[in-house]
Design a protein around this ligand. Sequence first.
Ligand code: GLU
Length: 498
Amino acid sequence: MNGVRTRVAPSPTGDPHVGTAYVALVNYCFAKKHGGEFILRIEDTDAARSTAESEGSILEALAWCGIAWDEGPDVGGPHGPYRQSERSEIYRRYAGELLAGGQAFYCFCSEGRLHEMRAAQRAAAQPSRYDGLCLSLSSDDVQRRLAAGEEHVVRLRVPDDGVCVVSDLRRGSVEFEYRSVDMQVLVKSDGMPTYHLANVVDDHLMRITHVFRGEEWLSSAPKHLLLYSYFGWEPPKLLHLPLLRNPDKSKLSKRKNPTGILFYRALGYLPEALVNFLALLANAARDGEDELMDLAAIVRRFEVEQVPIGGPVFDVEKLNWLNARYIRERLSPEALLDRASRWASGRARFERLAELSAPRIERLSDLAPLLAFLFSGRLVLEREDLRCPKLEEVEVRQAFVLAMSELDALPAWDAPGIETVVKRIADALGKRARDVARPFYVAITGSRTSIPLFDSMELLGRDLVRERLRNALALLGPPSKREQEAWELLLAPASVPA
Ligand code: GLU
């Protein structure tokens, strides 16, 4: 196959997810197997939710996995820039082309009107779809309203009838009736493109030949194919990959299971084991084949036709088994020591640790018990350890539940931000912050004496903190659905950071 180019296009809106590594790996393997290029593009058109921190972690996480990109925001390349926020001019030009050709139109409908329209459609059990009101505006009207500076968006024109056939490499032809395809917003009122416009324009300009992405985008494919045909471009080949599942077949989500790539690094998994594990989800081992294989072997044997379309199960037991095999079979004692010490030094910033520990130790040997929690996986705790004099058990559970969602929403992961969250929770429960901090201390560090709580949480990282709170909650009894909903109301929405 000539000139194969694939890409992964994550949105930098959170911690890098193992699903992103899975999608990246499938794209990487296909490109490399065919002597092609693999591109990393950052889709940060959602300015409010995108952060530089998240982008940095995505690059770090994929690089740690060993999934190397040929072009990307850090290494550049002939089709850059590779960050969508730096490509606004390009999207503006293409949106202009569509508007000029009548394949897109200005829409001045207010949020209020759209809201009513959707409610009416719901009541009539119709698909939610823009009703086309602004399509009937005369061009004079449009010009007048634009000149008056009226707020507007640009929408995709979608035929009223007919069928769009999406051909998916594994699912075959999937049909969508146009009347159920929304007249998608292509340019938002702030002038930024939406994912749909930017994605199509970029895949074309970056000469992407194959798009393998999550199945949640399958229903968007008709919009994308319409755009390709309006522009007169050949669409890439499409494959929609199933989402990874928990062993109970529910969608893999961080509420139930750790999903962050960097969580697995923090726990001391080897990247080659994680990648090997993900590769087996894409292409199971064949008869008689050893499941342990390095990236070169993974690429060599990769068959896109074998990628399952039923959700593969992210089974941590299997990952543990593979990781253990790597440790036993692939690392010499020297290599193991070397890996362990590099891992440990990556776990924490030693200067900061020294500064925080010095006032709390008498001898160097006191350091190990003081800091052990930073280098441990699951802590061994008893329910009694979490008992605390100033809080009822139910209040401790409330505090943990609130913290889990509030900490997830923190835009930056640092001690002052974490402290604000714990204080807000204390206020909501009508307790002193010091008293509320106590059970957190035990849940996070496993002891009552360690370095200060908020620094500990910062150093441990968001994923491990979430996991420790979840484990502590499991000991005390996780909240019922009713409790969860009621407790979340304890914090006024206005106090949630933007
Ligand atoms: N930015 C999208 C995401 O993060 C990319 C989807 C695609 O690959 O087209 O899921």
